[in-house]
Design a protein around this ligand. Structure first.
Ligand SMILES: N[C@@H](CCC(=O)N[C@@H](CS)C(=O)NCC(=O)O)C(=O)O
Length: 216
């Protein structure tokens, strides 16, 4: 096994690859950044590693991997028997379809606008920021409706856990923590419940200092 370092922040999207690392029982050095409000506090040296100043970051020997879908793909390559990117070519296509949607639409334009509306305008007026936040709520609700419509079994793709499921889990935690009404999404809630029964998720929640969403 190569030398592996994993940079994450508690409760951030980085919880998704963090779960995959534990699913695959990969030995790694955890490196945690903290939140101050909605801002992640990165030490200045972090910029050399990831000039985008974002987690997750996976370092595999001398290779620095950023972007959640790429980080998840790397973990899948390190643990090929787990088939985190799907068991068949079509499942792999579906995994990428989900990962791109979650990353590009729900994460970036939904929660990105919701948590940090000031980054999407040069106008310092807080009313403008509230308007952006309102729009982001629509994007999140629309995305959750789409996710619910696409879920068929327990997991998003095929019969087993793929890289998509922990990503969905992270997004659900954010929506719950932000007070969204999640009653219209029972299939999504089942997926979250199934994930929280997995030892990997229990361990990661403990490591990140987070409470589970479902009762034991
Ligand atoms: N496109 C990136 C987004 C990563 C991202 O936004 N990470 C957040 C945590 S969920 C972060 O590090 N935020 C710090 C900041 O925005 O200052 C990915 O998929 O990895």
């Amino acid at each position: 096994m190569p030398d592996i370092k994993y940079f994450f922040a508690p409760g951030a999207c980085s919880i998704a690859p963090h779960i995959l690392l534990h699913e695959a029982s990969i030995q790694y050095t955890p490196l945690q950044s903290k939140y101050a409000g909605v801002e992640v506090q990165f030490p200045e040296e972090f910029r050399k590693l990831n000039p985008k100043m974002r987690v997750p970051v996976l370092v595999v020997d001398d290779d620095v991997i950023t972007e959640l879908p790429a980080v998840s793909t790397m973990i899948s390559i390190l643990a090929p028997r787990k088939q985190f990117m799907g068991k068949t070519p079509l499942e792999t296509v579906r995994v990428y379809e989900w990962m791109n949607y979650l990353s590009g639409t729900l994460h970036a334009t939904g929660f990105g606008l919701f948590f940090r509306p000031w980054r999407w305008t040069t106008d310092p007026d807080s009313k403008i920021h509230e308007g952006i936040k309102e729009k982001s709520r629509d994007i999140i609700v629309e995305s959750f409706g789409y996710i619910e419509s696409r879920l068929k079994g327990t997991y998003a793709v095929g019969e087993a856990l793929t890289a998509v499921d922990p990503f969905l889990y992270a997004m659900y935690r954010w929506a719950k923590g932000s007070g969204f009404d999640l009653a219209p999404y029972p299939k999504y809630a089942n997926l979250v419940e199934a994930l929280e029964k997995r030892p990997s998720v229990k361990v990661v929640l403990q490591k990140e200092g987070l409470e589970p969403l479902t009762a034991e």
